[in-house]
Design a protein around this ligand. Structure first.
Ligand code: 5GP
Length: 190
């Protein structure tokens, strides 16, 4: 892959606000294009295949791993696979845009290793684990078991925050969005 192609990664524990920050950036910076990941989890009621994710079967996912189609992939939750297709980044670069990836912490570290300085990684940090729990509960999309899994994973992921280029604490979403926008614009010389 050509090494002058840039990309931006937003990462965070689930519930830290990374989806909101990602959507804000996409609305403010037209040069960015959302990198649609593949996932084997079931679509939520408000999600569309080919827009939020490429929802594929586990068999298909394993086939794509075998064919080396992924830049990175992870079993983000027990039995649930998520990955970024190489072809997705190429699609966005061919469109003269910069991919914006919303991926988990391990995935972000793996992509960063491959792209080094062409890659900007931003970690969105929740103000506290208690606050994170409240946010996940109020989202209402998680079962009790899934909530606990996500919280445990969040605590683990927080320990990696210093591996990223920038940390933005989301204790106020509006401020966190604006701070992230500034960081991205600086990186892209906009
Ligand atoms: P959700 O199921 O809530 O949509 O996403 C769960 C987690 O998977 C989130 O942290 C999200 O950022 C992460 N994720 C989404 N796509 C990818 C991907 O392509 N690779 C990796 N490693 N994580 C992803």
């Amino acid at each position: 892959m050509a090494d002058n192609k840039k990309l931006i990664i937003i990462t965070a524990p689930s519930g830290a606000g990374k989806t909101s920050v990602t959507k804000y950036l996409l609305s403010k910076i037209p040069l960015l294009s959302f990198s649609i990941s593949a996932s084997t989890r079931k679509p939520r009621s408000n999600e569309t295949d080919g827009k939020d994710y490429y929802f594929i079967s586990e068999n298909e996912f394993h086939q794509k791993i075998h064919e080396h189609k992924f830049i990175e992939w992870e079993m983000v939750y027990e039995g649930k696979y998520y990955g970024t297709f190489k072809s997705e980044l190429e699609r966005i670069w061919n469109d003269n845009k910069i991919p914006l990836l919303d991926i988990d912490v391990k995935g972000a570290i793996h992509v960063h290793e491959q792209f080094n300085n062409n890659c900007l990684t931003i970690f969105i940090e929740p103000p506290s684990v208690d606050e994170l729990k409240k946010r996940l509960q109020s989202r209402g999309t998680e079962s009790l078991e899934s909530l606990q899994t996500r919280l445990n994973k969040a605590i683990f992921e927080l320990s990696f925050k210093h591996q990223f280029n920038k940390i933005v604490v989301n204790d106020n979403l509006e401020y966190a969005c604006m701070e992230t926008e500034k960081i991205v614009k600086e990186f892209l010389n906009l």
